[in-house]
Write a protein that binds this ligand. Structure first.
Ligand code: PMP
Length: 430
């Protein structure tokens, strides 16, 4: 035990000196990141939980920021990666590597509509970047790309140009020219903007959206918003890029969130949970027509590690598990259960927790302000539930557990939320 204590102290003291101090300060004010990192070392305690070095267990309602849809280190995904490691690891000598081809075929099968060809990436940022480039190559004479306010699409120069948050953009201005932002869930503004762009000869080549905004605070559009966007895109000859990096792979109760709305994009971006929470991998999937700009010169957009054999093995096993275990359906069912349970726990605390919303297991609790959100998250963390704010602040706390979360675990989360709300309300009985 003494040894464990020593390791802990050394690690705490040691690693803090090497972590960007600005990052620690920032995280401290907006999420429980600082508390989480003070737990020093984590290991999985089953599919839906963590254990820190002191043996304390936490229910994982952060889900690795949305990567653990099949649970932590699912044995089938793990086995697929380990087996692949024994054969070949990072690089395939063959551009037609069978694992890549199999994964692409599976993607064509499970994505809606005529989405067929994929470009495989290493991250969400890269998937969006590829989507933007694909759209630009399709519509070279339509320079405008419209994204939504509060959007998050990544932080490389192209994806950052779609990301709306000023604090991330300001130091890097000018970002890629041609990007405009309109309010999410506002069809009228989108139409007006498309018209005014057309009027000045700067036609809209693509509309880039998250079907439900994740980092922006779990903003769920009206039922007819996305169909309206699809119609506008068709009317103006613009491509629709849906960024399902966070909403994909069953998270919202369907394999892809766009299926709730019956909307099929021209380009679909995936990452996060795509690699089963074990390998980093993303994909940009497009229709044949859209993807065909890369037929003539497939080297227009490439990456060394994208779709490497380990990552493909993980993604294939991951999709199998999602389907075999009916995890999208489970997310829908558990999402209802958790929405109801969290709302019930919050009853009577409307002056602190103003809204609980979500679709499937992408859930948000919105507090009156950042301070209250942070205090609640802290109490929840202290009592063994790991949650997180958004990239923006802790006013909105996300609940994004593995889709395998059990009712028993969910019940405990409700209990802990009720306790935390009582605490921040100065209720002495708790
Ligand atoms: N798009 C969306 C919708 C995201 O939520 C994120 C990550 N939060 C990204 C893109 C960027 O993904 P990554 O961090 O893997 O680059």
């Amino acid at each position: 035990e003494q040894e464990v204590e020593w390791v802990k102290q050394e690690t705490v003291n040691g690693f803090r000196d090497y972590v960007n101090p600005g990052f620690l300060e920032y995280r401290k004010s907006v999420t429980i990141g600082d508390l989480a990192s003070s737990a020093v070392e984590w290991s999985d305690s089953g599919p839906n939980g963590f254990r820190d070095i002191n043996g304390k267990e936490y229910i994982d309602c952060l889900g690795g920021f949305g990567i653990y849809n099949v649970g932590h280190r699912h044995p089938k995904v793990l086995k697929a990666v380990i087996d692949q490691m024994g054969r070949q690891a990072l690089h395939s000598q063959d551009l037609l590597d069978p694992l890549r081809a199999i994964l692409m075929k599976i993607l064509a099968d499970i994505t809606p509509g005529q989405l067929k060809y994929s470009f495989l990436t290493n991250s969400g940022t890269e998937s969006v970047e590829a989507g933007i480039k694909l759209a630009k190559a399709n519509n070279p004479n339509k320079p405008t790309i419209i994204a939504a306010t509060k959007a998050f699409h990544g932080k490389s120069m192209g994806s950052l140009s779609g990301t709306a948050k000023g604090v991330f953009r300001r130091p890097f201005m000018p970002v890629v020219p041609g990007f405009r932002h309109v309010p999410f869930n506002d069809l009228e503004m989108l139409r007006k903007t498309m018209e005014s762009c057309q009027m000045v000869g700067e036609d809209v080549g693509a509309v880039l959206l998250e079907p439900i905004q994740g980092e922006g605070g779990v903003n769920i559009p009206d039922g007819d918003y996305l169909t309206g966007v699809r119609k506008l895109c068709d009317e103006f000859g613009a491509l629709l890029i849906l960024d399902e990096v966070q909403t994909g792979m069953g998270r919202t109760g369907k394999m892809f969130c766009c299926e709730h709305y019956g909307v099929i994009p021209d380009i679909l971006c995936l990452a996060k949970a795509f690699g089963g929470g074990i390998m980093p991998i993303g994909a940009t999937i497009a229709t044949e027509k859209v993807f065909s700009v890369l037929f003539e010169n497939p080297f227009l957009h490439t990456t060394t590690f994208g779709g490497n054999p380990l990552a493909c093995a993980a993604a294939i096993a991951n999709i199998n598990v999602l389907i075999e275990e009916n995890l999208p359906e489970r997310a829908a069912e558990m999402g209802e259960y958790m929405l109801a349970g969290l709302r019930k726990a919050a009853a009577g605390y409307e002056n602190k927790l103003v809204d609980v919303r979500g679709k499937g297991l992408l859930i948000a609790m919105e507090f009156v302000d950042n301070e209250v959100g942070f205090e609640v998250a802290k109490h929840m963390f202290d009592n063994g539930v790991l949650v997180t704010g958004t990239l923006i602040n802790a006013q909105v706390i996300r609940v994004e557990p593995p889709l395998t979360i059990t009712r028993k675990e969910a019940d405990r989360v409700f209990e802990v939320l009720a306790y935390a709300l009582a605490k921040v309300s100065g209720d002495n009985k708790v």
